[in-house]
Design a protein around this ligand. Structure first.
Ligand code: GLC
Length: 442
């Protein structure tokens, strides 16, 4: 690329989340395509916090335990049963197309062998080895894209201004040289992760503590894209990311972002905690997942391995059940488009990429007559996905001289029910057309 092209390229690729509701340039659309089709990612919070089972980093920030007691967990972090291939297999089995591992959380402990003067699992824990590279290699072998969670905040670094909720080491304005030292360190670590595993996706966190100028967000984005022009960056880089990341709580109305991903824990916490047994059931996870996809988003489902690298049984179970459901119903999910607006159907829906197939999701074991309103298409066939039964339908209330479509009633017998959530495929005569009027004499 000559210089002109390089700068045009950089200009195009610097689109920010703030501009997300606008039409993004083609270069961004192209690089986002795999992410838009992927729908499911697995988030992994693994760090020294799994030793005592405390809140990841927040435990000392919020004064639940002292920083010293928190960091003492380094002595117990063994990774003795860590099996990156098994992790990658389980993730692939769940149906996920990408995974995101915490390379470093707010506590500052790197999972790789950092050459900066700072904590890492190689020098400061009995794990004594780089935990990133083998996992990224295993993921890629399975065809799963590899993402890196990276906390901008580093509460353990002596040059970071804040340490605990109620403490300030210094103010940036009072000591810009000290802040510059932190920024140089941050850039050096980002470069290390880039060189080591060249992530397909960067998942930043903690941008709320400083603004884009202070973080040098623009430079961070530019450097990442210079190394890997296809890299995707989440929206927590103070305005320099590609997609939005609603956390834990499901958006009730359809978000108007171009791309978004709901990150959600499998119980109540990101990292492993002995006392947290509030597991989401496979049914809950599957229906939340379908809801996200139906609304045009992805789900980034978090798991928290134990300090030795083993994944708690209940997490394995949910991933496997989700995988089995995905294998049966994947056609309605992966590579699909957001469904038709609520009001046409009482539940999640998706569309095939060419919009000629409409998928209806039936949470809560619905049987009997389900109804679709305002569907201005004729239906060629209705099939129970992954099961094969053809269903008949009846059009009710269609008046010959009116353009308002009738109501489509579909009878769903008991025996076709999926264990978790049945999906119907409606094959349409042409791309979906919806009637959105008020009814009556139209
Ligand atoms: C939050 C928390 C953090 C967690 C992250 C995951 O921002 O600070 O603990 O890792 O969300 O989305």
């Amino acid at each position: 690329m000559n210089r002109l092209y390089v700068s045009i390229f950089l200009l195009l690729s610097l689109g920010s989340v703030k501009a997300q509701t606008h039409i993004p340039p083609d270069s961004i659309r192209a690089k986002m395509q795999w992410f838009a089709d992927a729908k499911l990612g697995i988030f992994i919070h693994w760090g020294i916090y799994s030793v005592k089972g405390t809140d990841e980093s927040w435990a000392f920030y919020n004064n639940k335990i002292s920083w010293k007691d928190y960091m003492d967990q380094m002595k117990g972090f063994t990774a003795s049963k860590y099996n990156p291939e098994a992790w990658a297999s389980l993730i692939a089995e769940s149906g996920a197309r990408y995974a995101v591992l915490t390379t470093k959380h707010h506590d500052g402990v790197a999972l790789w062998d950092t050459k900066t003067r700072h904590y890492d699992v190689v020098d400061n824990t009995p794990a004594r080895r780089d935990l990133l590279s083998p996992f990224y290699a295993a993921l890629r072998k399975k065809g799963v894209r590899a993402g890196a969670y990276f906390s901008l905040i580093d509460w353990s670094h002596p040059d970071y201004p804040g340490f605990r909720k109620d403490s300030t080491r210094y103010k940036i304005a009072d000591d810009p040289a000290r802040w510059q030292r932190f920024r140089d360190f941050l850039q050096a670590q980002l470069k290390e992760v880039g060189q080591l595993v060249n992530p397909d996706l960067w998942w930043f966190d903690g941008d709320w503590e400083h603004d884009a100028g202070e973080w040098e967000s623009e430079k961070i984005r530019r450097d990442i894209l210079a190394r890997n022009p296809g890299a995707i960056i989440n929206g927590r880089l103070a305005g320099y990311g590609d997609y939005e990341t609603p956390e834990q709580n499901f958006p009730v109305t359809r978000p108007r972002y171009n791309w978004w991903e709901l990150c959600m824990t499998i119980n109540n916490n990101w990292g492993f905690q002995y006392t947290d047994t509030n597991w989401k059931t496979p049914y809950e996870v599957i229906t939340i997942f379908a809801d996200a996809v139906s609304n045009g988003g992805n789900l980034l489902l978090d798991i928290g391995p134990m300090q030795d690298g083993s994944i708690p049984e209940q997490q394995v179970l949910v991933l496997k059940e989700l995988g089995a459901w995905n294998r049966k119903h994947g056609e309605a999910v992966f590579g699909s488009r957001a469904g038709i607006p609520l009001g046409h159907f009482y539940g999640p829906t998706t569309l095939s990429a060419d919009s000629t197939k409409l998928y209806l999701f039936l949470p809560g074991k619905q049987t009997g007559d389900v109804v679709v309103k305002g569907l201005d298409n004729s239906i060629k066939s209705i099939t129970v996905l992954g099961e094969g039964t053809k269903l008949s339908h009846k059009v009710v209330g269609k008046i010959s001289w009116s353009s308002v479509p009738g109501l489509v009633y579909i009878n769903v017998p008991d025996k076709v029910q999926d264990r978790y959530m049945t999906v119907l495929r409606l094959e349409l005569d042409k791309p979906v057309r919806l009637y959105r009027g008020k009814g009556g004499f139209e």
